[in-house]
Design a protein around this ligand. Structure first.
Ligand code: CDP
Ligand code: MG
Length: 890
């Protein structure tokens, strides 16, 4: 059963009797106990174990079991009843050949790094190795973290299936849901879930092994977990309950973990799993197309399909709209009656306009060879009713390719055609938001006699391995969200990928046989690429992370052993926001400047901050929740916060590649949504809550209507978002109830609309949470030039910002507003806007106010730490009596 690349180590026989197993368990217990006598320092015990192994370093992160050592004997063997098919498939995975080496390293070292190509079997097999070697017991599970929710769910299902075990034993936990039971032995979860668990139980005593998977993705929580675990592992050893840490990564920049003495004082061993990788010939374009890389992809795929022998094609594009648009183009270029190969089913989608365009282009391009289809028959293909770009919801059924081919006028004559050109093309989209069952299609073999063509975003780069890919078409770009480190202003930009990503993408072509990668950019451009993409933590605001760390009593965040530390200005900006929100205690303003500065970067958490940290949402939203226990506002705040967290509740109407007919339909839908939004915005004081009232109204209306897909489609809501908001409302309600045992809240999906008074309280609550996102309209006398017309000034930006045209307050231009976020497109736009009254500001946001002269009526004292306003006398301004659950206030 055990395979080893080392001929000296014979496969172990599984122990048969239970007695034997029990004996061996005791042996393991003793040997681990003897480890404990030494002092526990991070990474301790690695050195002697690593022995004569090569220290891992840049360029040589490979280590193998020292052949002079006695072969590793697994002390325990827990049998797993796999089906012969599963067993056969497993044996083909490269990681199986390294099982012996991996298990030896884990048994001898507290921390082990496993590197291997995507698809080598790390995620599915390592948990099984550990399970069989007895690392899971009734009170100690094996935990695996994934940066993506999809991966946590699908991998738990895959492993359960391979091991022939129920989901009660191999389970998952993600933000909204899970199927963990008392019997759970292998638990897949998102990295955020484990971070929350560390807050409750710093020692992670429920686990014997923690696997941090996909570490190369460098997601923010993964980075932070590795930092925390580098300290938890020695602490557990000290306590006599050793914890194993396994970091798994694709072969990308391991040096950030291995060459980081602050993180791991003793370099952990790195096991390299050699995947069978076939040579991939890389073809660069002579010229780099400026904009139309999508069109270039289309031409390349056509050419490959027409000229090259069989083998799957994988195209990398940047976003889901692009993915769908290319899928559509390819399917139209290679129309095909599905029932001729797959049998049954309607050939969906097509549009009159597209056919017209196709006919036109045929006329225009003289060199184009005639497709072997009857163009007049084309028009009998039913017109697609759905909106294709609704991606996850759209039924992108198997629309297979065609029995035809298309010459694109690239100079090749018909004589160039290879026999393959008559193969139908089986086109599938792939991106992370796609429903899992549709993602799963790429794993299945394409219908016989077709060529697979997957059009993907960069999810196909490392997270998923598609079998049978021989050709990769790489546009060289990726769509990323960029944040301003200080202001948090974000924008989506399409940028060049890194060299590492480009190589990773190319590698996808050589999994089963030698392949080809077509890069749609020149080699000179490639040489200018960054070597690696920057880790997420260096590229986004970190206030949520800092609050979580402070809740773990890590005060001096700058001293934390980050694999890559966030920029100092991002850390400072985060502490400042958290102090202003009252989540951190204010630093003293006396003493030396240097001391003051140091204090500013190590503020301890406040009682309010502790409450905020228990809510699984951004700190600004968490503050709103913490302040909402009054006037029955909580259910409304919970709904608003859930809607803001889930984002994109409303359909975006993408007009690209649309026929006239489709555009007309779209206009109608858009009109309907605008009309509904006006209704949801309500009247009078409600209306002033602005876009947040619209979200509240939309969720409320949808729940009243039974939360059906039909209602969502008719009214421009994203069904998936609505379901997610519902789940998050449930989760936030549970969180509020656990902080405040007497709240006795329950989720009533069909909540009544808020009263006018409640709407006003809600605006105050929103102001208290989004206080640093306050904007004031520029008055006529302040107009510097035309670019400031209808503009707003914010505390953090010098440039004018505007209310987004999609906002219900777009035309009303209230004097003061708070916004959910600023997005930079053609201008700086505020989204999620609510109006606030100026007189609330001194009371709720004293740090943001400058008082020119002493006020005649000073605002009642406000305690930012508790959010409590002490009203010395009745005041028309301060109608809110802030009440915090579980905080003592005078
Ligand atoms: O983690 P790593 O990328 O090293 O590989 P893995 O995710 O464990 O996948 C191992 C193999 O299982 C690959 O060849 C996948 O294509 C296959 N697999 C699958 O067929 N279906 C899944 N749901 C997951 C994995
Ligand atoms: Mg994996």
């Amino acid at each position: 059963r055990r395979h080893s690349s080392d001929s000296e180590s014979e496969p172990e026989e599984p122990s048969s009797s239970e007695e034997e197993m029990e004996e061996q368990k005791q042996e393991t217990a003793q040997s681990s106990a003897s480890d404990l006598n030494s002092a526990a320092k991070p990474g301790e015990g690695v050195e002697e174990a690593a022995g004569n192994q090569k220290p891992a370093g840049p360029g040589a992160p490979v280590c193998r079991a020292a052949s002079s050592k006695a072969p590793h004997k697994p002390a325990v063997f827990v049998p797993v009843d796999r089906t012969p098919e599963v067993q056969e498939a497993r044996l083909k995975l490269p990681i199986l050949a390294e099982e012996q080496v991996i298990m030896e390293a884990i048994s001898e070292n507290p921390i082990v790094i496993i590197c291997g190509e995507t698809g080598s079997g790390k995620t599915t097999q390592v948990p099984q190795f550990l399970y069989e070697a007895g690392y899971a017991s009734s009170n100690c599970a094996i935990g695996i973290t994934e940066p993506r929710r999809v991966a946590a769910v699908s991998m738990s299902q895959r492993v359960a299936k391979e091991m022939n075990l129920s989901h009660r034993v191999v389970s998952y936990q993600i933000r909204y849901e899970g199927n963990v039971t008392d019997e759970t032995r292998i638990k897949f979860m998102t990295d955020g879930v484990l971070l929350k668990e560390i807050q409750k139980d710093f020692m992670l005593s429920k686990y014997k092994v923690i696997i941090i998977d996909e570490a190369h993705e460098r997601s923010m929580y993964t980075d932070i977990l590795i930092g925390l675990l580098s300290r938890i592992v020695p602490l557990r050893k000290k306590k006599g309950l050793p914890l194993k840490l396994i970091v798994m990564s694709a072969t990308l920049r391991v040096e950030d973990f291995t060459d980081n003495k602050r993180l791991f004082p003793v370099t952990p061993p790195v096991i390299q799993v050699d995947a069978r990788q076939f040579p991939v010939t890389v073809h660069f374009n002579k010229k780099t197309p400026l904009d139309d890389y999508s069109g270039e992809c289309f031409r390349k795929v056509c050419k490959i399909h027409r000229m090259l022998p069989s083998g799957g094609i994988l195209v990398f594009l940047t976003g889901q709209a692009e993915v769908h648009s290319l899928c559509r183009r390819l399917r139209k270029a290679f129309p095909f009656h599905k029932n001729t190969t797959t049998g049954g089913g309607d050939d969906k989608e097509d549009s009159v306009e597209e056919i017209r365009r196709f006919k036109k282009s045929r006329k225009r391009k003289k060199v184009m060879t005639l497709p072997k289809i009857d163009l007049d028959n084309y028009s009998v293909v039913p017109v697609d009713e759905g909106d294709e770009d609704r991606d996850a919801e759209t039924d992108d059924d198997d629309i297979a390719g065609s029995d035809t081919d298309l010459d694109l006028g690239d100079g090749h004559s018909e004589e160039d055609e290879k026999p393959d050109s008559s193969l139908p093309l089986y086109v599938l989209p792939l991106y992370s938001l796609l429903a899992p069952e549709k993602q799963a299609k790429v794993f299945r073999a394409p219908p016989p006699g077709t060529r697979l063509c997957v059009v993907a975003t960069n999810v196909a780069e490392t997270s998923l391995t598609i079998p049978g890919i021989k050709y990769v078409v790489d546009c060289g770009k990726v769509k990323k969200r960029f944040y301003d480190k200080i202001t948090g202003v974000s924008s989506f930009r399409v940028t060049w990928i890194s060299q590492a990503s480009a190589n990773q993408r190319a590698g996808r072509a050589g999994r089963t046989e030698p392949g080809h990668c077509y890069r749609l950019y020149s080699s000179a451009v490639f040489m200018d690429f960054e070597k690696f993409s920057p880790p997420e933590i260096t590229n986004r605001p970190v206030e949520d992370l800092i609050l979580q760390m402070k809740a773990l009593n890590i005060e001096k965040v700058v001293n934390f052993p980050f694999p890559t530390p966030p920029p100092a200005e991002a850390l400072a900006a985060a502490e400042e926001v958290l102090v202003a929100l009252g989540a951190l205690k204010e630093p003293p303003k006396t003493g030396r400047l240097k001391q003051q500065l140091a204090a500013k970067l190590s503020c301890p958490i406040s009682p309010l901050g502790r409450i905020m940290a228990t809510f699984p949402v951004a700190p600004r939203y968490a503050k709103m929740l913490a302040l909402s226990r009054q006037h029955d506002c909580l259910p409304y705040t919970i709904t608003i916060v859930a809607a803001m967290t889930v984002r994109e509740l409303f359909e975006e109407f993408d007009r690209r590649v649309m026929s006239e007919e489709e555009t007309a339909k779209l206009k109608e839908k858009k009109g309907r949504l605008l009309q509904m939004q006006k209704i949801w915005a309500g009247q009078g004081p409600m209306q002033k809550l602005g876009d947040l009232m619209v979200m509240l109204g939309a969720v409320g209306a949808c729940e009243y209507a039974g939360c059906t897909r039909k209602f969502c489609e008719e009214n421009g809501l994203r069904y998936k978002a609505v379901l997610e908001i519902r789940r998050l409302r449930g989760q936030l309600t549970t969180a509020v109830n656990s902080v405040c045992s007497d709240a006795g809240l329950y989720v009533d999906p069909k909540m009544k609309p808020p009263t006018e008074a409640q709407a006003t309280y809600l605006r105050q609550i929103v102001l208290a949470g989004l206080g640093d996102h306050l904007a004031r309209r520029v008055q006529a006398e302040e107009l510097l030039d035309d670019k400031w017309k209808n503009a707003y000034k914010t505390a953090l930006l010098d440039d004018p910002v505007f209310i987004h045209p999609s906002s219900v307050l777009f035309k009303q231009l209230p004097e003061f507003v708070v916004y959910q976020e600023i997005i930079e497109t053609t201008k700086l736009y505020m989204k999620g806007v609510s109006a606030v009254e100026p007189e609330w500001i001194p009371a709720l946001l004293p740090p943001y106010c400058h008082f020119g002269k002493p006020l005649e009526n000073p605002p009642p004292s406000y305690c930012p730490e508790t959010g409590r306003i002490r009203c010395h006398r009745p005041s028309v301004f301060y109608r809110v009596s802030w009440q915090l659950p579980a905080v003592e206030v005078d």
